[in-house]
Ligand binder design. Sequence first.
Ligand code: APR
Length: 181
Amino acid sequence: MAALPDFIGGRVTVKVGDITREDVDALVNAANGSLMGGGGVDGAIHRAGGPAILEECKAIRSSRYPKGLPTGEAVLTTAGRMAARYVIHTVGPVYGTVAAEAKLAGCYRSCLALAVDRGLATIAFPAISTGVFGYPRQEAAAVSSRAIQKHLENSPGIEQVRLVFFAAEDAEVFLDHHVFG
Ligand code: APR
């Protein structure tokens, strides 16, 4: 695939691949509220990172989130065996649930805010909610790009946001429907 375009002065890049292989400060997991793992990118991250991630998720559940991580919020754990330093787990909305668009934007905002809080400069995102949670890719592209651009305008510390799509077609749909200025 030809080199994909970048956005916002090169601070946002788009690529096709397996997010577990990204060497970034933090990679984002499209988790579920239990934080106990699952399929899709959640399963891939736990498999690639190893049990240390689940151990920290269990500690988070028993201390801060006994009822589970609410949709739109984000927590940070080790990335275990992966090249990345951290995993930021967020729970996307299921498409069609109440305020799904606002909650999806909230996922991107929460993850970026957490990265800023921790002084992280590079972060990779999967296409949150566009798999099992059924969010149409073209609608998600507009929501995610708008939320990322808005946050980056006030977060000079974030040097690079990588949008990692598992399938080339997903990247193409994103490139056709993003709203980066
Ligand atoms: N790297 C990058 N992207 C990936 C990878 C990977 N290794 N594996 C899957 N994806 C992509 C999917 O193709 C999809 O485009 O991540 C996107 C999000 O899909 P899901 O992983 O299904 O996540 P989501 O739609 O947010 O549903 C979350 O699924 O796995 C469960 O525990 C998880 O309950 C939660 C739900």
